[in-house]
Design a protein. Structure first.
Length: 418
């Protein structure tokens, strides 16, 4: 046997194996490098895309803040008709080109617009940029916030007796609701206290705001306790609620009231209106709304203030008190959107309705007493609300889009894929 020959063969096999191992390791190393490079590139591309998206998102929030600021300063008027658009160029600047971390511009490039797409619904688009020529587009939709977050709100308290029922409905769907429409949208609230007696039903939620640092409280009494039908947490902490969202003092509606004082539709009807026993006066509406101004209204026993909205809405502005507990206010159209009582004073307001009342009562600085003998349809906002008699209150959610504030809120957004 030739041992030398076998030894040479063994060494050849070992050498071949070693070379194959080196080759395999080289291939694996190359693959690892490629995978690492691809992963790094993918991670970098993701980071770049994420940065562009965040820049676009920053542009959305900047736009909303700018729009709200200009609305409150009366420097911007939103489109009034679906499909109409206004230019964003005049009041929205693109991001500072010297700030490289956040870069965005509004679309279409060079001629950006804001478009009304539905009632109280507006839309715009923004493009965010990042390095390596990356970009991302976001289309955002926003609305003006409603002045009526609640069907009934008493800044410093709301009280209702036994067998009071708070329902929600939509007058644009039906003017004759029977009970709640099933959506449980009649929220009631206060910045200080909500006091409800037994057998009361609230088809919505109770919203507890706050006065400075003190949170509002809910005081249920009686047996069985009030029933709250809102989904989720029936009683909610909502933070401080603006007591005068329409600005009847120092805001938009203060200007409306002042204009009404000068150019009102009273004609021969005195500003200090006192109706004696059995007397009546009719306030007639007109297209676009008739505005009546009063310094005081008193309805004595059996007196009637008739509201005729057959030709258009009626707005009743008061810089003083309204004593209607012995008389009644009639509004037969059945549409709460066509009648409103608004006051900028702290003088007390009292209402008594022998027939159904349809309308808005907006008296944010006044104590409101309601001697109701029939159902109330509409919305109520006052310093305090004291419901004296049991009965049904129907919050018309259609009023949310009629009475709007200058505050805006984003309602939806989505990334535009290109």
């Amino acid at each position: 046997m030739d041992l030398t020959k076998n030894s040479d063969n063994d060494r050849g096999v070992v050498l071949f194996t070693a070379l194959m191992f080196v080759l395999i390791m080289s291939i694996l190393g190359t693959i690892a490098c490629i995978i690492t490079a691809n992963d790094s590139a993918t991670a970098l591309n993701h980071e770049v895309s994420r940065k562009a998206f965040y820049s676009a998102e920053a542009g959305v929030h900047f736009a909303l803040a700018s729009i709200q600021k200009d609305l409150k300063a009366a420097a911007l008027v939103l489109p009034a008709t679906d499909g109409d658009a206004i230019s964003l160029s005049s009041f929205l600047m693109s991001s500072d080109p010297d700030i490289t971390d956040i870069r965005f511009e509004y679309l279409p490039t060079g001629a950006p617009v804001l478009t009304r797409i539905a009632a109280n619904t507006y839309q715009f688009a923004v493009r965010g940029y990042s390095y390596r020529n990356a970009d991302a587009d976001i289309r955002a939709t926003f609305k003006n916030r409603s002045a009526f977050k609640f069907g009934a709100f008493g800044n410093k308290g709301i009280t209702a007796p036994e067998f009071s029922n708070f329902y929600g409905y939509d007058s644009s769907v039906s003017l004759t609701p029977v009970g709640d429409d099933g959506t449980n949208q009649c929220d009631i609230g206060s910045n200080q206290s909500v006091s409800l007696s037994g057998n009361t039903e609230v088809h919505g939620h109770i919203g507890l705001g706050s006065a400075e640092t003190i949170a509002a409280v809910y005081n249920p009494t009686g047996t069985p306790e009030p029933r709250i039908y809102g989904t989720g947490n029936a009683v909610r902490t909502v933070g401080r609620v603006e007591p005068d969202p329409l600005g009847i003092v120092g805001g938009e509606y203060a200007e409306k009231l002042n204009n009404c004082r000068i150019f009102g539709d009273n004609r021969t009807i005195p500003a200090d209106l006192i109706l004696g026993i059995g007397e009546s006066v009719t306030l007639v509406g007109k297209s676009g709304g008739a505005n009546y101004y009063f310094t005081n209204i008193e309805l004595k026993t059996g007196a009637t203030l008739n509201i005729d909205t057959s030709a258009g809405p009626v707005n009743l502005f008061i810089s003083g008190g309204l004593n209607g507990k012995n008389g009644t206010i009639t509004h037969d159209s059945g549409d709460p959107k066509k009648f409103a009582i608004l006051s900028d004073r702290s003088d007390p307001v009292s209402l008594s309705n022998s027939s159904a009342f349809y309308g808005v009562v907006y008296v944010p600085f006044a104590d409101l007493d309601i001697f109701n003998h029939a159902a109330i349809y509409g919305a109520i906002l006052a310093k305090t609300v004291d419901v004296k008699n049991s009965g049904n209150f129907y919050f018309d959610i259609a009023l949310k889009d009629k009475y709007l504030t200058k505050d805006v809120a984003m309602s939806s957004w989505y990334e535009i894929r290109r």
